[in-house]
Design a protein around this ligand. Structure first.
Ligand SMILES: [Zn+2]
Length: 46
């Protein structure tokens, strides 16, 4: 794995392109009652 954190993407036709640089946020996991209730498990988001 490289330290060069550049993420690129585009839609299939190529009309929309984006590039994101910098470290990405680590995945957040929430175990609170609300999230477990609404998802049926603990909630994760990136
Ligand atoms: Zn929560």
């Amino acid at each position: 794995m490289t330290n060069d954190r550049v993420v690129k993407g585009s839609c299939i036709c190529g009309a929309v392109r984006y590039k994101a640089e910098g470290p990405l946020r680590p995945i957040i996991a929430c175990h609170c009652t609300e999230c477990r209730k609404s998802t049926g498990n603990y909630f994760t988001a990136s």
